[in-house]
Design a protein around this ligand. Sequence first.
Ligand code: ZN
Length: 296
Amino acid sequence: MRIGIDLGGTKIEGILLDTTGAEKRRLRVATPVAGGYDAILGALVAIVTELEVFAGTACSVGVGAPGALSHRTLTMKNSNTTCLNGKPLSQDLAARLQRPIRLENDANCLALSEARDGAGQGHRCVFAVILGTGVGGGLVLDGALWPGRQHIAGEWGHNGLVENGPLCYCGRRGCVETLLSGPGLVANYVRRGGLPGLAAHDIVARLGADPVAAATLSDYCALWGRALATVVNIVDPDIIVIGGGLSAIPALYTVGREALAQAVFTDELITPIVPAHHGASSGVRGAAHLWPTPPL
Ligand SMILES: [Zn+2]
């Protein structure tokens, strides 16, 4: 059996998949951020141990985490759980569990999960997008992750979209992430004169009654189309799967799709654009899928 772990900033989720990919057990604990790196490592080991006791056998372990593993230093980078950055999480976890483990960023796990047995199943080229606290993406070709030379394939969130736009944590201005993430949508709403203190889903819910919310969503869909067109023009995926909290915005699939159709270099956009089949579970399922399905 395979264990997948989704290491998030607020919770750690573990899942046990059987040989058919069916979920047998799921555990969830709060991420012990206050305890720092060692506490998080301990929590990961505890989840694996408990799932293996249930499975009654040793399992493969895949981990999805925000940020990425530097192939040069083998340490974590770009993680918003900042105590992980600079730490050799993959090596330390492998040593504690006494087996090799696989670790990928959360967008790649989403892409793998959806390509294997989710919305992208049966498609050769799957591009998956996370629209949430950040904006990421992952590319799966013929069922396998395509990591790229620098391990950044699919990272469209840091393509430049608006000249002199909002400052991004990466040091550049106007990255896709600064405009299409949840915080990016909220910031645009406030810039347009909307009420401060609302979350992205509150703003979306005010669409019918709040003209500033309507204008913000209109901006959002236009930017979405322009940003995604750069991906479609280069990769032309067979399907685009959207995950993350903002994937629930209905206008993405109508007004946003029309904006993409206008921006892309074809007079006929036939690419399916769909929400993640496994929803919030795509990350943890994809982590388990980092190891191949064992023979039945
Ligand atoms: Zn950036």
